[in-house]
Design a protein around this ligand. Structure first.
Ligand code: ISJ
Length: 392
């Protein structure tokens, strides 16, 4: 049997990537079955502002706020794994020696002591309940004083790493639990290991050249029948702000040919949100760089930052009280065989040596109540907690 037709498991691939000190990304698109993965054999994975159209096939992984320590990363698909066949294919321009070394490591099933990468960035601050509610009070005061309309405040929570934790097994549990989410596992030397089940598309351009983005906001526990959902004025307005923000991005690009559907109620795990879908058919509209332009304009959207963007961002950096790192950044495959699908990094966790860090946020407006916003972050953290109980 030649190398191209040999079959491997996701566990084989993941372990070999760690043993070879390579960055690896594993994902499954919403409402699909196929698990895909890629491994980069490049010296460095850092990039500048992403250019989607020119990019080779790979996986984008970007922080909320780019700093010296938290860079925009691109895991080039030098090796591409298809979970349906178990085959690994090298890219035409992949460095031949590194491909050989990787394939050798796979055959010998050499595994390192390390099971996954842990971020080199020390996580020194954690947000407490009192701290979070205090920040919400401050935000409400700033909104009442008309310094901004909305700000998304988030928090982190550290829990001990469950004794039997395995990233690949957790990824597989997410596949089962969240069929309509974008499920991912990313492990990069330096940046660490992140996994999540995101409900929110940031920018996608599929193989049929349909551009998509969404305005997602408003949160409540899911009811049995979506049709029975009742939304308060606060959530309707909050989602309306995200929608308005997206429309402004289209406007600044002078793009008028989009379709807009919604808002509709959608289910995300144990929660429901309001979502408006925007689409542009790039076969009919001559806008070849729409993906890149919208990515640059959209991030951070008012679903994770606020409105207007600049004062909300400054408020977050000044008062949130911890480092978001890659939470509420964006991630996803670029120029894959089924196109580019970049999601907001939500309902996620960071896996470290001895601990797991969970992240969640909530949109604060003038009508917010600190206790309710706290509860909302608790509910959002349930998405990953449900996965972790498998290992306890
Ligand atoms: C910020 C998060 O989610 C975002 C904020 C929402 C809200 O404020 O209602 C809803 C969906 C997401 O756009 C999160 O999951 O941490």
């Amino acid at each position: 049997m030649g190398e191209e037709t040999r079959q491997y498991t996701l566990e084989n691939l993941f372990r070999a990537a760690i043993a070879q000190n390579r960055a690896v990304a594993v994902w499954r698109l919403p409402l699909t079955e196929q698990v895909l993965a890629c491994v980069s054999l490049q010296q460095s994975n850092s990039i500048g502002q992403p250019e989607l159209e020119q990019s080779p096939f790979g996986f984008l992984f970007c922080p909320f706020h780019t700093t010296e320590q938290e860079q925009q990363l691109f895991i080039k698909a030098d090796l591409y794994f298809d979970g349906a066949t178990g085959h690994i294919a090298p890219a035409a321009d992949a460095p031949a020696e590194a491909v050989q070394a990787f394939m050798d490591a796979l055959q010998s099933m050499d595994t390192s002591e390390v099971n996954w990468y842990s971020s080199e960035i020390a996580q020194t601050s954690y947000q407490t309940e009192v701290g979070f509610k205090g920040a919400v009070e401050k935000a409400i005061a700033a909104i009442t004083a008309e310094e901004m309309e909305k700000v998304v405040l988030s928090r982190n929570y550290s829990q001990k790493l469950p004794a039997n934790f395995s990233p690949v097994a957790a990824f597989e549990a997410m596949l089962q639990a969240y069929p309509n989410a974008f499920v991912s596992l990313v492990s990069v030397p330096g940046a660490g290991t992140w996994m999540g089940a995101s409900p929110e598309v940031l920018v996608s351009v599929n193989e049929d050249r349909i551009f998509k983005t969404v305005a997602l906001a408003g949160t409540q526990p899911a009811v049995e029948k979506v049709g029975d959902a009742i939304w308060r004025q606060k959530e309707i307005e909050e989602q309306g702000m995200v929608e308005r923000y997206i429309l402004n991005c289209f406007k600044s690009l002078r793009l008028r040919e989009y379709t807009e559907i919604g808002p509709r109620t959608v289910i995300a795990g144990n929660l429901m949100h309001l979502r408006t879908d925007f689409k542009v058919d790039l076969k009919e509209v001559d806008f070849p760089t729409l993906g890149t332009d919208m990515l640059r304009l959209l991030h951070p959207t008012s679903a994770v930052c606020g409105l207007p963007k600049e004062p909300a961002l400054q408020f977050i950096l000044a008062y949130e009280g911890y480092n978001r790192s890659y939470y509420s950044g964006y991630l996803g495959p670029v120029n894959s065989p089924v196109g580019t699908h970049v999601f907001v990094n939500l309902r996620c966790m960071q896996v470290r040596d001895q601990e797991i860090i969970l992240y969640a946020g909530a949109g604060i407006t003038g009508e917010s109540n600190p206790e309710k916003e706290w509860q909302e972050t608790q509910h959002k953290m349930q998405t990953m907690r449900r996965i972790l109980v498998n290992f306890e």
